[in-house]
Design a protein around this ligand. Structure first.
Ligand code: TXA
Ligand code: MG
Length: 307
């Protein structure tokens, strides 16, 4: 496959209002020109996403980000440390045209992230402006971590797709709002401790739910019911184990490695969902430290505990 030709073709599709399946280091996205309201509307439609849930503007670099959002000292410190990479910042909006109203769900803030995946970076550079790219799943479903899963979810709405291999991280970016006090809106691939080491304590999102509209709905859910913190699965359940006692089937990480578990999580939820004769999915306890906070967040939402 010729990556350069594919990227040129994908950029051309985006310029004419098309949608593109985009690999990132976290999960696959469904990309559109952030300034093109019609293209952005197609993204909401393909995902079945409620229009009150805003999208992330993906950028090639810090310079582009500074054009669309207002950066202050803490934002600068965070991007110097974590970009390109799996951190999204919610900041005051600087340029209304670059990221259309629909993409922001009418808010006067914008979420920005510079992804680290080489294909995403190449596409953003060739395209030259911000791209919205929500996870490529239909709304409420697990995020896709392979090209095949992304294509199955929303490929029907895409004009082009880039196969960048399996996502190395497998969990979405961490979302931090820097509007008043720094707040953790979504735990993710960069841990709370890593962020607090740069800007100090993070407040919780709950106190400010309106600022984090996407957190209000059930998310990441397979079709089968999910039970959490299960040490002994029932005979009719698929077990997602963790650690040396986690069995040989779908063990998220036999070594108890949270990064490996994060990378396997969504793909295993999908595979468990397809298992013959299963009536449910049971998940072993996952420690709540480091990346475990984001894994447990996704599991609780997949099981239907939202708030
Ligand atoms: O890792 C990721 O971030 C992936 C890859 C493809 O880049 N993208 C992703 O996008 O997870 P999405 O749309 O599935 O999740 C974006 C999250 C949602 O929870 C949304 O509510 C929140 O970011 N968000 C976006 N703009 C916001 C804003 N202005 N204020 C508060 N939350 C915002
Ligand atoms: Mg998503």
């Amino acid at each position: 496959m010729d990556d350069h030709a594919d990227i040129t073709e994908a950029a051309a599709a985006l310029k004419t209002g098309g949608l593109v399946i985009l690999p990132t280091e976290t999960v696959y996205g469904l990309a559109a020109d952030a300034g093109d309201a019609q293209a952005v509307a197609k993204v909401f439609e393909a995902k079945g996403r409620p229009a009150f849930n805003p999208l992330i503007a993906h950028v090639a670099d810090i310079t582009t980000a500074r054009r669309i959002a207002v950066f202050e000292a803490r934002a600068e410190a965070l991007v110097a440390r974590f970009w390109p990479g799996p951190l999204t910042l919610v900041l005051p909006l600087a340029d209304e045209a670059a990221v259309c109203d629909l993409a922001r769900a009418g808010l006067d803030t914008v979420a920005v992230r510079a992804p680290g995946h080489p294909m995403a970076r190449a596409l953003l550079q060739v395209f030259g402006g911000p791209l919205v790219a929500p996870s490529a799943n239909r709304s409420g479903r697990p995020s896709p971590t392979t090209f095949a899963d992304a294509w199955e979810e929303t490929g029907g709405a895409a004009t082009a797709g880039l196969d960048g291999g399996p996502c190395v991280i497998g969990l979405e970016s961490t979302v931090v709002a820097l509007l008043d006090r720094p707040r953790l809106l979504r735990p993710g691939a960069v841990t709370r401790a890593e962020i607090e080491a740069v800007i100090g304590p993070l407040a919780e999102a709950q106190a400010d739910a309106k600022r984090s509209p996407g957190r209000l709905t059930r998310h990441y859910a397979p079709t089968l019911p999910l039970r959490l913190d299960v040490e002994e699965p029932r005979a009719d359940e698929v077990w997602l184990g963790f650690g040396p006692r986690g069995g040989a089937g779908f063990n998220l990480s036999a070594e108890g490695d949270l990064a490996e578990a994060a990378a396997n999580l969504f793909a295993y939820l999908r595979a468990a969902d397809r298992a013959d004769g299963a009536t449910g999915i049971a998940v072993a306890p996952i420690p709540d430290t480091g990346l475990g906070e984001a894994i447990n967040d996704r599991l609780r939402r997949a099981a239907g505990f939202v708030g």
